[in-house]
Each structure stands twice: as structure tokens, then as C-alpha cells.
Write a protein that binds this ligand. Sequence first.
Ligand SMILES: [Zn+2]
Length: 493
Amino acid sequence: MDASAGGGGNSLPTAGADGAKRRVCHFYDAEVGNYYCGQGHPMKPHRIRMTHALLAHYGLLDQMQVLKPHPARDRDLCRFHADDYVAFLRSVTPETQQDQIRALKRFNVGEDCPVFDGLYSFCQTYAGGSVGGAVKLNHGHDIAINWAGGLHHAKKCEASGFCYVNDIVLAILELLKYHQRVLYVDIDIHHGDGVEEAFYTTDRVMTVSFHKFGDYFPGTGDIRDIGYSEGKYYCLNVPLDDGIDDDSYQSIFKPIISKVMEMYRPGAVVLQCGADSLSGDRLGCFNLSGKGHAECVKFMRSFNVPLLLLGGGGYAIRNVARCWCYETGVALGHELTDKMPPNEYFEYFGPEYSLFVAASNMENRNTNKQLEEIKCNILDNLSKLQHAPSVQFEERIPETKLPEPDEDQEDPDERHDPDSDMVLDDHKPMGHSARSLIRNIEVKREITESEAKDQHGKRLTTEHKGPEPMADDPGSSKQAPVSRRLLYPSANP
Ligand SMILES: [Zn+2]
């Protein structure tokens, strides 16, 4: 795409006018709202359908390319996940799960992450949307959206916190084919542990997670966890406390992200927009308004770097739908009106029938002094990036460009880059192949402080030290790490 076209092209090096038009695509599968995780389970895919209804009635669907995702194939999922774990997800059913007790336990499926009808196709759908979004960004779109994605807790061979496959890791691997450096930013209230772990030892992905820290799922995300080996200083954790409001959040989000963008200069950005950081969430404890949450989207968009917007947590479903609809408007450069148009889920939004999610008067337990200290600590780590030898800031490696497809006659198969399967060839101009990155995932982080911590201190030495035992190692000494805590203990019926 010509960077000068449309008043705001793909990957301009500097921040553009905020309202400038962007080429946006949106992934949605009408089936996604039909998946049902079980009675009482807080994760409700129906929220994606509600979001889509709002997008339709606000007239936003006509202003972006709306695409049905290609389901991710086994081999797509196996770019990150273990073959046996993917095979298990494909084969397990509610009827047969009792015959696979050992596998359920091994893969952490059953409590937070129950087996339900259509589980595997659900995973294929949301992962397909995120990978498809990455392909679109690689081929010239400015912003790609997949509200069904953003399931940041899933591990290579383990489900966690309502997440079965990690669509974010898969999307980032796709972006790495065309971009030397990818930035991941996570504003879900929970730590983005699965993505952090996947890229902990590489400088080609920088992960930045803003999250509640302290006796809270998944327990990781200590400010002292900064990456390891080549990845040292390419991981940032911003620990926050209950009740953080819009002003406090932006007082730390904007300076950190500005510095990250200046120092790291990513070729693409993935923003996980978990809506459980909103005020009034069923599982969350922050106090962000919808506009405060969307300010993060607006800010990321202003850098004019290809941007993948993903969903994530969010358990007060009417607020999730309102938030992600408003943020889709932000992506398109439109300020939507608060007065909600009639729609098929109108009764969910009463009695106020407004789009904007309001903050409450809950106490903000984050003091300015604490936030200032956290900010200084993180900015200090960022200042060390200058000395990172393996990231070259001087020159951007040219991307491989495909012919620009005609918007109206676009072949939907283009969404599956012929190169987006598991065969990672060597013709791309990147230093490391994605496969070598994945090999690095086997090298687990090492504890950086001398002391181990107990459950309440969040960190166990065994979780961070030394190579991770393979899941199929019969002599595995892997203890139940903090990640085996439950996000929602009563989700298990
Ligand atoms: Zn969450």
C-alpha cells in the first residue's frame, strides 16, 4: 500500500493525525456466539455476538472489511502448541472426557477450562481470526480486529484461565514473518502470562502487560520479570492495584508506551483489549470507564503502526459489548454517540441504553507515589534497551510486498497466506526464523532474584528456574505452578 494513500497509510514512521482514516478489517464468525462453556461459567462467547450487533446498528460494518475467519488448522495451532495437546483438544468431547482423566489433568482442562460441545471448532475460529488479522496487516491493512481472540493465558501444552489455544502467540508468529520487531501490549486486568512466556527469551517480541498484581490470577507479572537471555529487558510488567481510574491508568500507560515506541520501534503492534479491566466487571477490580479503556486504543492507533486489536477477558457482558463497539469506532476514527440505537439485544443495555461504560466511586488503591515509582522503574529498564546488541534500530528491513488486491474482488483465500502454514521457509528477510523462536520457548526463564516466594508472594522458584520438564516426561518434577490457580474457582459445576 502506498503510505501516502488514504490520509494515513500502513506503518508510517511517525504518529499521524488521530482522526485520519485507516484501512480496517474485522473478523467475525456468526457461529461464535453459539458456543456455551457451561452453566455458571463466566466466559460467555455470546458477548461477541452482542458486540457485533452493536457494530451493525452503529453502521460500522459498512466502513470496514468484514471477514469470516478461516478456521485455524491443526498445523496452524501446532506452530506454538504441542502436537499431543492439539490432538487432545480436537478429540475430547463432554461425553468422552471421563475416559481421559489423566489427559485432562495433564493439559489443565476441566475446571476453569471445561470441555464443551464444539470446543475445538471454537478454538479454530478465534485463532483463525487472529492469524487472519496478522496476514491482513502483513498485506497492507492498517488495523485488523478480532474481538473473539486475545486468549492470553494458554500455554504450549496447557489450557489456563478460560484460554485453550493462544491465538495471540500464533498471530505474532505470523507478523514476525514480515516484521523484525513486534510489540505486544496487554490491558486485560490479568497478566498476559502465556504470551510473555512464549517470547521471554527473544528480543524480536516485546511484551508489556498492565495488570492487577497481588494475590490474583495468574499470580505472575512481577515488575522484576524483565525477560531472559536475548530477551532481557524486552518484557515489561506493570503491576497495579485495585480501583485504578482513568487518570491514574493513563498517567502510567502513556509515558511507558511512548518510551517503548521510541526505543523499540516495532513494525507491528498487537493490543489485547481485555475488558475485565473495566469498572464493574464480574471478576475484575479496576475502575476504568469505557472511554478510559479506549484511550489505550486511541493512543496505540496514533503511532500509525500496523495494529492488531484483540479481545480477551470481560465478564460483565453488556459492558464488554459496549466497550469493544466503542473501540471499533476509535479504530475507524469515529466518535460514536452515547445514545444506543435499537438492536436485538437492547434489553441488556437498560435502563440507561448508553454506549459509554461509566466508572464508579470505588477507592483507588494506587497512590501517585506508587505509580511514579513503577513508572521510573520501567523507564529505567527501557533505557537499557539502547545497549541491546541484537536489535538494530538504524534500518528497517524492507517488507515483502504482495500486489495490492482490489478491495471488492479480494480473494478470501488471501487471508490464508500461502506461507502461513507450519513450514517456515527461509526466504523471508528476518534474522531468526519463527521456528527458532519456538525452540527458545523450551528454555524457561531463570529466577532473577535470589529468593523464592510462596504462593502469596506469587513466585515459586520451580516455576522459573531451569528447563521446563516436558509434559510427557514421566519423571516430571513439575509442581502445580501458580498458573494452575483458578481464575474463577466456582466455574466448575
Ligand atoms: Zn482477564
